[in-house]
Write a protein that binds this ligand. Sequence first.
Ligand code: FES
Length: 102
Amino acid sequence: MMRIEATPHKLHLFFCTNTRENGDKSCGDTPDTALLAEQLKKRFKEAKLPIRISRTACLGPCAQGPNIMCYPQQVWFQDAHVEDLDAIDAQVRKILASGSAG
Ligand code: FES
């Protein structure tokens, strides 16, 4: 029988790694979100932060990608690339500490 449980994660990051065969722009056109997910997962695990990292299919705003979505704080990181690793890391820690993007 289905159960409803509270998740243990204070913050969940979804990294779009979607690819398309028809040539339309997609986040998976570059390896950036996959590489960012790998690096941030390692960093947050080492810091023992309650952050979940997931790779996902299309999140919607493909033209603004590569995209990373942050829940439940309702934040997008758009046009995110490997060189943004430290900035995303810092911003996520700030959001986690404050509970919002503000
Ligand atoms: S392909 Fe990433 S948001 Fe659509």
